[in-house]
Design a protein around this ligand. Structure first.
Ligand SMILES: [Zn+2]
Length: 230
């Protein structure tokens, strides 16, 4: 059976922290935090931020160990690997990383993928539809303090943060997300409304609501008071 979690999370000869073990589930499709926050893709983006070349990342990522502690993450890539019976020197790393780095990179990647042109109006002022690449579509609901989406990524990322209270704290502190579950469709809505963070979104939400109420009132002004039926 292939495990859903990346090799980096389940290296057989490595002793992971207890918190990391608590993130591993019998049904590995439930390893939400490992898959969505501490993923290989996010780790690659971090290495790139730290000026690794794409060649160095490509060589090293297969040998990475990602160990998630309660308050931080330990990342290890050896600086020597064995290839065809020979030891080769590669770029390695062995350091603790703040969970805020992983959260920031997740938010940034979601933001970059967000495309407001894939949205279309829903039935009401507070819902929108996002078209997926394969013709499927997702319902997006605009609440005053958050936006939700019916896509698979949204529910996975929401569960990922529920599994990891420290990552969740950093999501609240992230200057863009400010606690909003990061999903590309939701950030597409923010871009569509012209907002860059949750505070701005809340303001846009109120404006949108007021505009909708005004419009409704214009089409359907208060009827004449009914005459008392004597
Ligand atoms: Zn979504």
């Amino acid at each position: 059976m292939t495990r859903f979690s990346a090799k980096a999370h389940i290296k057989p000869n490595y002793k992971y922290s207890n918190f990391h073990k608590s993130l591993l589930h019998e049904d590995n499709s439930e390893d939400y935090a490992l898959r969505h926050i501490y993923s290989l893709e996010n780790t690659k983006a971090l290495l790139q931020k730290w000026a690794w070349t794409s060649e160095q990342i490509k060589t090293g990522i297969d040998y990475a160990t990602i160990d998630v502690y309660r308050n931080f993450v330990y990342l290890h890539i050896p600086n020597k690997i064995e290839k065809r019976g020979q030891l080769i020197k590669i770029r390695g790393i062995s350091r603790f990383i703040s969970k805020s780095d992983y959260v920031d990179v997740l938010v940034t990647r979601c933001w970059q993928k967000a495309d407001p042109y894939k949205l279309q109006p829903g039935d009401n002022w507070d819902d929108l539809i996002a078209r997926g690449n394969t013709g499927d579509f997702y319902e997006i609901k605009l609440y005053r303090y958050e936006v939700t989406c019916t896509c698979h990524a949204y529910s996975g990322i929401e569960k990922a943060f529920a599994q990891d209270p420290v990552a969740s704290k950093h999501l609240m502190l992230n200057s863009t997300a400010q606690g909003q579950v990061p999903d590309k469709h939701i950030f597409a809505v923010w871009k569509y409304l012209g907002c860059e963070n949750l505070r701005q979104y809340e303001y846009c939400w109120l404006e949108r609501k007021e505009a909708a109420i005004t419009e409704e009132w214009q089409f359907d002004p208060d009827p004449e008071p009914e005459l008392a039926d004597w």
